[in-house]
Ligand binder design. Structure first.
Ligand SMILES: [Mn+2]
Length: 311
């Protein structure tokens, strides 16, 4: 390696890649603190702003703007993590792409490395989640809480006749019987979706209009709820959870969303909760091909915060 060079194709502060089998990991998968980044440049079911296929590259490049000392959390990013590069996806084929992602995540799991998946559109969550289902018991997600930050519920059964779409992903997750599905920042959904979640005691909704209403301290009540959960957690962040004033370059921008500090507070709460174990994380729906795009910078900052706290 040449002195004084850097690789913008890999997330800042990532370790030099090794053969997975050579990574010295004495922990079990669940106890592991080692993370592996996989980019998934797939955006074939996108219904509005396209371009999330470029996001993994643009988000990585933005990561070089951050200091190793994370001042908000007063903590140095010293996580051991590897940027494995981008998946060879099949454009136009969500099913095959998710299968390829599932295989890649299974390789990480075999090496006791937890996945961070950078989309791409939201449909790819299925590949990551499928790798994490409990294969010894029920073949489902009954031991995993899914925390879903998004403007949309994404819980409709079919979107334009398609079962596998960015707009149906949480229904596909729900089909796998998660212990709990916690939806935060929601502000756009159909009557069918409203009726579907109604009365389901394993779906918890924190609508943007409620948690942004300071009068009743509902944001703090949401944090209290996150502080009360236990067990394994999968975290999926659609960047449209943010207000478009912070994150305009997303597939489906929706006014009235969260702020970057809201997510910092959510991360702080999750990291203080000693009873949970985050076993996977994806961040999706950044749609830009512009270096330095502010939405990509924010997505990069979220990954940086995540690694600072959970690595
Ligand atoms: Mn969304």
């Amino acid at each position: 390696m040449l002195f004084n060079t850097f690789n913008p194709g890999k997330f800042a502060f990532s370790k030099e890649n090794e053969e997975l089998s050579r990574i010295n990991n004495n922990s079990s998968f669940e106890d592991s603190k080692i993370w592996g980044i996989i980019g998934v440049p797939f955006d074939s079911t996108c219904s509005y702003h396209h371009g999330s296929r470029f996001a993994p590259m643009i988000i990585r490049e933005a990561s070089f703007g951050f200091e190793q000392y994370n001042s908000y959390f007063d903590k140095v990013l010293d996580a051991e993590f590897y940027d494995c590069g981008d998946l060879n996806i099949v454009h136009g084929n969500c099913f095959k792409t998710c299968n390829i992602l599932e295989d890649a995540v299974l390789e990480l799991i075999d090496a006791n490395i937890k996945p961070i998946v950078i989309g791409g559109e939201h449909s790819i969550t299925k590949g990551s989640i499928n790798a994490l289902i409990n294969k010894e018991n029920n073949n489902d997600l009954s031991d995993i809480t899914v925390i879903h930050l998004d403007a949309h519920r994404d819980i409709i059964n079919e979107y334009i006749g398609e079962k596998d779409s960015h707009a149906t992903i949480m229904r596909r997750v729900y089909d796998l019987n998660p212990k709990q599905l916690i939806q935060i920042g929601i502000r756009s959904f159909s009557v069918e979706e409203k009726d579907f979640v109604s009365g389901k005691n394993n779906i918890h909704s924190f609508l943007a209009k409620d948690i942004k209403n300071t009068q009743y301290c509902n944001f703090n009540k949401m944090l209290d709820f996150l502080n009360s959960i236990e067990g394994k957690v999968y975290l999926s962040i659609d960047m449209d959870v943010f207000d478009p004033s912070f994150a305009p370059s997303v597939g489906n921008p929706t006014p009235g969303g969260l702020s970057p500090n809201d997510i910092e507070l959510i991360f702080k709460t999750l990291s203080n909760n000693q009873n949970i174990n985050i076993i996977g994380f994806d961040i999706v729906e950044v749609a830009t091909s512009q270096l330095g795009d502010i939405t990509a910078v924010l997505a990069s900052k979220i990954i940086y915060d995540f690694l600072t706290l959970f690595g």
